[in-house]
Design a protein around this ligand. Structure first.
Ligand SMILES: Cc1cc2nc3c(=O)[nH]c(=O)nc-3n(C[C@H](O)[C@H](O)[C@H](O)COP(=O)(O)OP(=O)(O)OC[C@H]3O[C@@H](n4cnc5c(N)ncnc54)[C@H](O)[C@@H]3O)c2cc1C
Ligand code: SF4
Length: 467
């Protein structure tokens, strides 16, 4: 790397994208990815810092300058090997990780100008590997004879399963849905994360010998105690936070009101957007999405692609307070999503047949900052107004489903309903470990993966300690 010249450009090489007007009418991927020339140019912006501050911002500690150096030198398979030594889902992370808050926020190039496009390079390396025709098949490690059960096939469960299999454990994932992948499959839309990518990562795990049992709801099909009776020696709970929160306002049971989870699941997992599937879904004309996070942006952009003429994001604070990634907000805006900021729902109105006709909103002003420094919304008295619409999608958060905690004796939970696990994923039940959204509540893919890794390490230590 020493011989190669550093590219001192202050800005990242742009990511080619589908035109906003065109893409708002299809479900194809928005970002198109770098080509080799652009990737090498971007990689040449890296200073190969001795102390790699970027790595400290990555929850799975990808060896960032090392993989970028290989991109610069054109050895993309070596770059892939370096990334996958710590990150088992690089094509996923390269697309959906909030890099601006993680690795890239620590990049020294970001002090004067834009940081290195670490996520874009990670995606490029992973995609190049996936497109190889004669790539080596993953090898199934020899079994060590110990059986481990993993509940949930989201990023936490998949990572935990992959790491344990690499150590020789016989791993079975139990997944409630008929398709594996968790939020990567049922929540994040196709145009941000094509499902073929998740399927390829899961197939690799299966080739390594990880077994997946779909349509198995732990707590209903069988309990955690029954898994132990069946011979599993440890259990990792990676069951996510799929229970939607509601507004608790009048009219929430009207036809045309969806939780974002239900709406996105019907579209993504059950392919409701495709003519060759008969999954029922409303194709609304005017949609109000309540919430300002990434899930709200996804729901709004999906509604637009289903053919809605107007899609409004209604959010009780202002633009600066929107919790969604800036990139997602910009994408939504450029696709024609309209923002009704400083508005809070008061009621949902319907007709005699029980169908949504509008959402009653109250205008808000920003008051004093709260404990976290965010200015709190204060209702402007008498400012109620009705936004006419024929669907309302509620995207104000989710929490862990109570099924596992209610069917597993002596499993402690937190006040927020998450499973109580320490930093090593250890719970109050010997042999039961947990991580990801099931513990923290709704968070991010990479944090869930980090928790899956930690869980695998703890399970390995637990099994060894029993010998
Ligand atoms: C719409 C949406 C968009 C998002 N966008 C991003 C993004 O861009 N970037 C990002 O970093 N994060 C994003 N997130 C958050 C991220 O997807 C989650 O933090 C992450 O998927 C959590 O991983 P997990 O493995 O803990 O849980 P999940 O991905 O939720 O997986 C849990 C799995 O467990 C299964 N399960 C639940 N209960 C049981 C049971 N009793 N028995 C068997 N199986 C069970 C579920 O069916 C599910 O498949 C988004 C979330 C949503 C909803
Ligand atoms: S901090 Fe930025 S410039 Fe330094 S090694 Fe990491 S990616 Fe390269």
């Amino acid at each position: 790397m020493a011989n190669l010249k550093v590219n001192m450009s202050m800005t990242k090489n742009e990511m080619p994208e589908q035109d906003p007007i065109v893409r708002a009418g299809n479900f194809d991927e928005v970002a198109l990815g770098y080509d080799l020339e652009t990737a090498v140019k971007e990689a040449s912006r890296c200073l190969d810092c001795k102390n790699s501050p970027c790595r400290t911002g990555c929850p799975v500690r990808v060896k960032i300058p090392q993989f970028i150096a290989q991109v610069r030198e054109g050895d993309l398979e070596k770059a892939y090997e370096i990334i996958t030594s710590t990150n088992s889902l690089p094509a996923v992370c390269g697309r959906v990780c909030p890099q601006e808050k993680q690795c890239e926020s620590h990049c020294v190039r970001g002090i004067k100008g834009e940081p290195v496009g670490i996520g874009r390079l990670e995606r490029f390396v992973a995609d190049t590997h996936m497109a190889l025709e004669n790539k080596p098949e993953p090898v199934a490690p020899e079994s060590n004879g110990h059986r481990i059960a993993v509940i949930g096939s989201g990023p936490a469960g998949l990572t935990c399963a992959g790491d344990l299999r690499k150590l020789g454990y016989d791993v079975t994932i139990f997944e409630a849905f008929h398709k594996s992948g968790g939020v990567l499959v049922y929540g994040i839309p196709q145009f941000r994360l094509p499902k073929e990518i998740v399927a390829a990562e899961i197939e690799n795990l299966q080739k390594m010998g990880v077994k997946i049992v779909n349509n198995a709801i732990i707590g209903k099909s069988m309990t955690i105690d029954e898994l132990f009776d069946d011979g599993f020696e440890a259990v990792f709970i990676g069951s996510g936070a799929g229970l939607p929160q509601f507004l608790h306002v009048p009219g929430e049971n009207l036809l045309g009101v969806y939780s974002a989870n239900e709406f996105l699941t019907r579209v993504n997992l059950m392919k409701a957007y495709r003519d060759d599937y008969d999954t029922p879904i409303k194709h609304p004309k005017v949609v109000a999405v309540v919430g300002g996070g990434n899930v709200a942006m996804d729901a709004a952009r999906v509604a637009k692609r289903l053919g809605a003429e107007h899609v409004y994001i209604t959010y009780r604070r202002g633009k600066d307070e929107l919790p969604a990634r800036l990139e997602e907000v910009e994408h939504a805006e450029s696709e024609g999503i309209e923002f009704m900021l400083l508005n809070n729902p008061h009621a949902i109105h319907g007709d005699e047949e029980g169908r949504v006709t509008g959402i009653e909103l109250i205008k808000q002003e920003l008051g004093e900052p709260d404990a976290k420094g965010r200015r709190s919304p204060v209702a402007v008295e008498g400012s109620n107004w009705i936004l006419e619409c024929d669907a309302v999608i509620i995207a104000i958060g989710t929490s862990p489903n109570p099924l596992i905690r209610s069917t597993t004796p002596n499993l402690n939970t937190t006040k927020k309903g998450g499973i109580d696990a320490d930093d090593n994923g250890v719970t109050s039940r010997p042999g039961v470990f947990a991580g990801g959204d099931a513990v923290t509540g709704a968070a991010t893919v990479i944090l869930a993966m980090g928790a899956g890794k930690t869980g695998a390490k703890s399970i390995d230590e637990y099994i060894k300690s029993k010998k």
